[in-house]
Write a protein that binds this ligand. Sequence first.
Ligand code: NDP
Ligand code: PMR
Length: 399
Amino acid sequence: MALMATSLVPASLSIPKQGKSSVFLRETILFGVSLSHTNKSDFNSYALRSKRELQQKIGAVRAQTAATATPAITRVAPEGKKTLRKGSVVVTGASSGLGLAAAKALAETGKWHVIMACRDFLKTERAAKSAGIAKENYTIMHLDLASLDSVRQFVNNFRQSGRPLDVLVCNAAVYLPTAREPTFTADGYELSVGTNHLGHFLLSRLLLEDLNKSDYPSRRMIIVGSITGNTNTLAGNVPPKANLGDLRGLAGGLNGLNTSSMIDGGNFDGAKAYKDSKICNMLTMQEFHRRYHEETGITFASLYPGCIATTGLFREHIPLFRILFPPFQKYITKGFVSEDEAGERLAQVVSDPSLTKSGVYWSWNKNSASFENQLSQEASDEAKARKVWEISEKLVGLA
Ligand code: NDP
Ligand code: PMR
């Protein structure tokens, strides 16, 4: 890989016009750098059925938000005090970065048991140990989001474990910015969209039923989004820009054979495929909210945790990018956030009683206070969300 020039600040801050965008990023990538190429004890109280479940049995439809002020399920401690049982949260991609940091933050509260849903068991075990997560606070379960069979198997295994599902966090992702040719999931879908969107789409659709059965007072489904998929921001205007177009590639099956591997039907671009997948994540969260929030009371939310420039997400990027990206984000854009801080943010969205609003895309300001952010026009397009949902249902075998 030949590196031709480096000029850090001025070039980096000028955003090329859209027409030249893919040339800019495919060939230059960043900074004016030119490239030529189980422990079950904590859920015993699950057996105690809540009023909610009883209502479901008699077919009553709840129309309340998840912001229940008084916890519905309690168990009576020996001294007679009522305590809320530990929450049970599934976090995908908890073997590194944001997912690991959030798992740690949640486990440390003593209020959560984290199911680390990961494709590499040993890596996850080592990561959990070196992060100092206490053994009784986590369980590792195998999940490869790049295989729909594995997603279904995970759901079966999870159900067999007997654990309740109180919160689902769809966090895992791959980013392949330097790939010249598409690679594919076990089911033949382009890898970034196949993993980040379709794998999570099937997982969240299947686990909705389990979330709905939970007697926990605030049940949530969180899908990690990103600023880079939102073209209403400076970061979202760095080429190649996210754009789902008319979804012809998605409808064609993203297989790169008889149809395009890109959602919009265009030529393969790994960085764009990632950003497109993030739009799909944010659209999916809102579609869940529209379809199921009123009926189930489950909170559906998305977030941009900040730029966690040190994570494994950039492992496929060129070495120079990985060196320059953290200081660029720290000192130039000031969008940098540490893995620990980002983990705390995600943990807030999982469990903070003040973040129960559904249909929200959370972000944090400079003082690290959360606020409801605006999604770009495309990432909040209702018609597109419905279409993405319907096409994705077919691709994952639900319709
Ligand atoms: P990491 O690479 O550190 O974490 C990604 C995780 O996803 C890893 O645990 C990885 O597992 C897992 N994963 C990848 N492919 C699969 C698969 N097929 N099946 C199961 N798990 C898989 O990156 P981040 O922590 O940065 O990313 C976490 C989330 O945060 C992503 O959704 C990303 O889009 C989002 N995000 C990140 C930002 C950042 O600046 N870093 C900014 C905005 C959003 P393994 O360890 O086995 O590779
Ligand atoms: Mg970006 C306000 C400025 C800002 C922020 C918050 C981000 C976040 N970025 C900003 C600006 C810029 N970036 C500018 C001006 C440039 C041009 C030099 C730039 C470039 C850039 C590249 C090449 N940025 C990137 C890349 C990546 O490969 C990262 C990416 O898109 O991954 C998908 C990335 C990111 N910038 C961010 C964030 C959060 C990312 C990565 C993460 C993500 O969406 O998951």
